[in-house]
Structures are given as C-alpha cells and as structure tokens.
Design a protein around this ligand. Sequence first.
Ligand SMILES: [Zn+2]
Length: 238
Amino acid sequence: MVQHNERNGQVHLYLDDTYRFTVDTVVIATGQGEGEPWIALQDNIFHPQGGGQPADAGWVDGVAVTSVRDRTSGMVVLVAAGPDALPALPVGAHAHAALDREVRLRHAALHTAGHLVEALVRPREWVTESNNHFPGQSRVEFTTPDLSCVTSPEDRAAVTAQLRHGAREAITAGLTTSSRIDADGSRTVTIDTLHTVACGGTHVATLAELRDFDLPELRVKKGRIKASYSVEYEARLP
Ligand SMILES: [Zn+2]
C-alpha cells in the first residue's frame, strides 16, 4: 500500500505522529549541500523548517543533527548541528535517530496555538497573511477589509480580551486536533469543530497540552492585525 506520507522514497513519520521520538531505519541517500554533508533516512521523524515552524533537533547515532529540506532531491535531510561531524554512514547502513523531545513538543505547542488564534478569529472573517511559530516571536498576522473593529485602543483591548477568553475556554475544554492526508497528498489539520487548515507541521493531540497561553494586546501596523502569543508545553498525563 502506498502511504500518503511517503515522498521521494521517504516515509514522513512526523506527519502521522508528533510523539514518535525515535526510529531505527536505514540511510537511503547521502550528499553535500552548500559544502555540508547530509544523510537522508528512509523513515523520517524530523520536521524540516517550513510553514513558519522551525526545524526539529535531535541525534543520529548520538551525533547532534538538525533537518533541512534538500532543494534538489526534495528529501528531508539531516546535517550536523554540533561540534561532532555527521556519522559517515553509507547508503543502506542502519541508523538510530532520536528527536530532542523538548524542542519537538515546544514547537508543536507553539504551532498548535497559532492555529487556535486563527480559529478564534474565523467568525470575524479575518484572513491569515503570515504565521511565525518560532519561540519568542510567535505571531499570526491578519488582514480584513474593515479595520474599524481594532482602530481604537479600547476596541483593540476588547477584541483581545475576547480572544483570550476564547483561548482559555478551548484549552480548558481540551479540544482535540487531528490531521488527514488526502489521496493527492495534501494534508489538513483540524481543531475539533473550530478550524481546518492546510498544514504540514507538527501539532499536539489536544489543547490540554498547552500551558501558560498568553496573548498580548493586538497591534495594527501597515494594514495588518498582528496577534503575538506565547505558550508552553504541558506534559500529557500517562
Ligand atoms: Zn499546523
């Protein structure tokens, strides 16, 4: 059976399971990108940077690596991220890959909270223009034909308060997220009944895993509404 998360000879396990932290697999390609050696693994648990989400971090056979999308092959490849050189593994060699769990879960929490912010403004029909899910700079930017609802400081404060309230309710309710990959390979992510959006990132399974969500007051700049936010990952109960 062809798996719909398979591309360029790789099965992207991160699309199916945010909590898959390790894998034993084989090297399917090696190469050089910008003078830097890389290896590609058949079963891939690493999310490459993209869609506003940073790359994962982890290890291959104990050597620190990070993931990038190789432009030539389209594969997700691993490059050394620390002082140690990438293991010299030939094609066909067995390799053990492991994710930095803390990094994975923090990124997944930030990314999911970004979708939550988008979900909460859906009734206002604001249009998402950009996403940034990097730690310390997470924000979603929106446009709307009518900015009058956020022009005055009082109105901005009122809308911000509504969004904070909505986020608190959704997190307390522990709404679940899910993803699906259609036959054409396109992937969508859904938060309960709130929101469905095309996305290739990693997400937490329920909003109950979000802790300390904070939404500073909305800002309006150059015709865009900027919703900055921060959140931490709350460990799932066993
Ligand atoms: Zn996403």
